[in-house]
Ligand binder design. Structure first.
Ligand SMILES: [Zn+2]
Ligand SMILES: [Zn+2]
Length: 282
């Protein structure tokens, strides 16, 4: 039986891209809350994936702003927000999606977020003059369930057509962009807004599940939710020479409410393999 920690409480979600489809089933079941959708604010003001509006704040800061707006408009004292980012994997040349789902409970002055990082994304772009090429690209990214954004020339053109979700419209928009293009090429990219991209919607759900698993970690002393590891102390001894390595020696969790501290020694085993040792394997 899951703890219904937000039973009888309404949580506001500010979105105009149907993010409630990913968030509502998870959070309502896990916490007993009712999710209230607030769409009277244009969240695109905080930045768009299609670069027509640049996001000036970090992913976390932007999620905080969305919660603030949502609470202001709804008058509720607890809010949730989702903010995604797309780019390249930090080490390998592959597309990468990071989804963050943030919860803020003003009554308790308590903030907690869930994260999901994934290479499961169809984040992709193509510049082409050939409609045949456009169609094979469309098949590759999962069109029309996943929508397109297209424009003339290149990624910076200000003439943007968003939310293209059928082949007739794609053809029409492609021809229009071709006629309005200096280079003859049309720039196409996956529409990454949640309602336009089921793959992203799935990743938002995963981030919500991560939030719930953190929320459902309770302080053993006072039972406050969100009792998670706040510090990882390095220095696990090398199994060859015994000197400290960069691997984790212990995890420390501290309760934000009662300050109870829990130390977990050797969360990943008692020794580090010599390959992680600065002395044995410099
Ligand atoms: Zn506590
Ligand atoms: Zn060593």
């Amino acid at each position: 039986m899951e703890k219904q920690i937000y039973k009888n409480r309404k949580i506001v979600l500010l979105t105009k891209h149907k993010k409630e489809e990913a968030i509502r089933p998870v959070i309502e079941k896990a916490t007993g809350c009712s999710l209230i959708v607030e769409s009277r604010f244009d969240t695109d003001k905080f930045g768009t994936f299609s670069r027509d509006i640049t996001r000036t704040k970090s992913q976390l800061e932007t999620a905080r702003l969305k919660i603030k707006e949502g609470m202001l408009l709804s008058g509720l004292d607890i809010g949730i927000a989702s903010e995604g980012s797309f780019g390249s994997h930090p080490f390998i040349p592959a597309p990468w999606n990071i989804e963050l789902v943030l919860l803020f409970d003003q009554r308790e002055n308590f903030e907690l977020y869930g994260i999901h990082e994934s290479g499961e994304t169809n984040f992709a772009q193509l510049a082409t003059a050939s409609f045949d090429e456009a169609v094979s690209f469309a098949k590759k990214i999962g069109f029309p369930e996943h929508f397109f954004i297209i424009r003339p020339d290149d990624s910076e053109s200000e003439q943007i057509i968003k939310g293209i979700n059928n082949y007739d419209w794609l053809k029409e928009a492609f021809v229009w962009c071709g006629l309005n293009s200096h280079s003859g090429k049309v720039f196409m990219e996956t529409d990454l807004r949640a309602h336009a991209n089921p793959t992203r919607m799935h990743n938002i759900k995963k981030a919500t599940e991560d939030l719930i698993s953190k929320l459902h970690s309770f302080c053993p002393n006072c039972m406050a939710p969100g009792f998670i590891v706040s510090e990882r102390v390095k220095g696990l001894p090398c199994d060859l020479c015994g000197l400290p390595s960069d691997l984790v020696l212990k995890n420390i969790s501290k309760c934000r409410k009662c300050s109870h501290v829990l130390e977990q020694l050797y969360p990943n085993g008692q020794f580090a393999a010599a390959q992680y040792c600065h002395f044995c394997n410099p």
